[in-house]
Design a protein around this ligand. Structure first.
Ligand code: ATP
Length: 475
């Protein structure tokens, strides 16, 4: 529901200065509203028009849908419902004591003495001014004067409280105290309208921002909307809220993502999730924001395990066809590789091994073993580049078996062990079957890398868990 509204408002001062030109605004009831704009943009003039202190040359001011009545009675009613706190408290505080100043408004409304006393004491308590009630206001500090000025307005229990630069000249703690009071009053249902040059305040505090420039309304909307138009903000001689500048710098360095502009520090912290980025080539049709699957990452990209990069979001694309993607890693449990000597093939034993190791990839190496596999009706899925393909399949979690003959078993073992040593990825490797025990796993052909050597696991091979490697890398 709109509590205050202006329609095509125009105002010029008697000297001819055009202070407000064609301004139409709507202020919803119960909102916290900020007017921002450089010096002389027309904020104070608009506020004086909103509470009837000034009468527009053209256009209308409406309160709760009704046009303002500029008769004395109409204005008295308006000022009871729309209170204004001036930027300079000395312009507002006129009575000889704090008590009398707060009592001024209710007295003007012809309230009875007891009622006035009750209201003033309530205000003195609420604003922590009891100990100062008999002091002359001009002896008070800036913060205390501001509290007296707000108390004087609140004493009339207005629906809307308009405050012109309420925090100017206050120290940070004093400013926070006033802000707390405004927040509480808003919480109690009051519509709070302020003007400010403090873009950080307008950005984080307001529900709605109106931007004035050269006596005209330039923009209005949520703080995030209004302050997202950086050029417009700059052209209005304002600055970006610091929190947004900071966020943009983090965003440029890929330290903050999510595209959600933070409103305050907790929101900023939320944008700082650790990002895991990779520069990759993507097709020409891939767009920023799309997700790509990069397959399995190992070697230097694997961190301390094997990962599959699925649904990795493209954060930016470069002209050279590369893109920066945010990796979405899915941990892969490495599979295993068994090697079986087809020279001593035994159908029953072979079937048991397939079952025990849950084999889902069979490769055959060497003419003899391929022929034997065919004779035995074994479904071989790979018969060239078998060792490397088995390694690649094992990396993505497959359970592989390589069928080969006596001499090739040790060669296969050596190649797999080399890979394990170089990559640091602990694939399981098991010579299996009757002749497995004959394989010299500690062959002098083993490759030693750095300070590490491979050694055989102890324990029965027959009982070994299929995910447990036969070889360990020993530092
Ligand atoms: N009493 C006056 N007589 C003539 N011109 C005035 C008077 N008061 C303000 N103005 C002019 O009206 C224009 C709007 O002034 P206003 O005080 O409303 O701006 P403002 O946005 O509140 O500025 P500030 O941020 O400096 O408080 C300015 O050009 C100003 O010089």
């Amino acid at each position: 529901m709109i509590i205050l509204e202006t329609q095509n408002l125009e105002y010029s001062y008697p000297d001819g200065t055009k202070a407000i030109e064609d301004v139409s605004i709507q202020i919803p009831r119960g909102e916290k509203v900020s007017f921002v704009g450089k010096n002389g943009s027309g904020k104070s003039t608009l506020f004086l028009l909103l509470n009837g202190t000034l009468k527009p040359k053209k256009g209308k001011v409406l309160l709760s849908g009704g046009e303002i009545n500029y008769s004395s009675a109409g204005l008295l009613d308006l000022r009871k419902r729309v209170g204004i706190v001036f930027q300079n408290s000395d312009d507002q505080i006129i009575a000889p004591t704090v008590y009398q100043d707060i009592a001024f408004g209710p007295a003007n409304l012809n309230y009875k003495k007891e009622e006035i006393d009750k209201i003033v004491n309530k205000m003195l308590d609420y604003f922590g001014l009891q100990s100062l009630k008999d002091k002359p206001p001009h002896h008070l500090s800036g913060g205390q004067k501001k509290r007296v000025a707000i108390a004087g307005v609140l004493a009339m229990d207005p629906d809307v409280i308009i405050l012109d630069e309420p925090l100017s000249n206050l120290d940070p703690v004093g400013a926070d105290e006033i802000l707390d009071i405004l927040n509480e009053l808003n919480h109690l249902g009051k519509t709070i309208v302020i003007s400010t040059h403090d873009v950080d305040l307008a950005y984080k505090w307001s529900d709605r921002v109106f931007l004035l420039s050269n006596s005209r309304l330039i923009d209005e909307g949520s703080p995030k909307d209004v302050f997202s138009k950086e050029e417009q903000v700059r052209n209005s001689s304002l600055k970006n809220p610091v929190i947004l500048d900071f966020y943009h710098e983090l965003e440029k360095r890929w330290l903050a993502t999510g595209g959600k502009r933070p409103k305050d520090i907790p929101e900023l912290v939320q944008t700082l999730h650790p990002v895991d980025l990779m520069r990759v080539y993507v097709g020409p049709d891939t767009r920023v924001g799309e997700c790509v699957n990069l397959g399995v990452l190992y070697g230097k990209y694997s961190q301390d395990g094997i990962y599959e990069a699925v649904n990795s979001r493209v954060l930016c694309k470069n002209e050279d066809g590369t893109a920066v993607v945010e990796l979405n890693r899915r941990v892969l449990k490495p599979g295993n590789i068994c090697v079986y000597n087809m020279d001593s093939f035994d159908k029953e034993e072979f079937d048991r091994i397939l079952k025990e190791y849950d084999i889902n990839f069979i490769g055959a190496m060497g003419k003899k073993s391929k022929e034997r596999a065919e004779e035995e009706g074994i479904e071989v899925v790979c018969n060239s580049g078998v060792i490397d393909k088995s390694i690649l399949n094992a990396l993505t979690g497959s359970r592989c078996i390589i069928l080969t003959s006596r001499g090739m078993v040790e060669h296969t073992a050596k190649r797999v062990r080399e890979y394990i040593q170089k990559s640091g990825i602990r694939l399981s490797f098991h010579p299996v079957g009757k002749s497995a025990a004959e394989i010299d796993l500690n062959s002098k052909n083993d490759v030693a890398v750095g300070a590490g050597v491979l050694k055989e696991n102890t324990g029965s091979k027959e009982k070994k868990n299929c995910h447990e490697p036969d070889f360990e890398f020993e530092e």
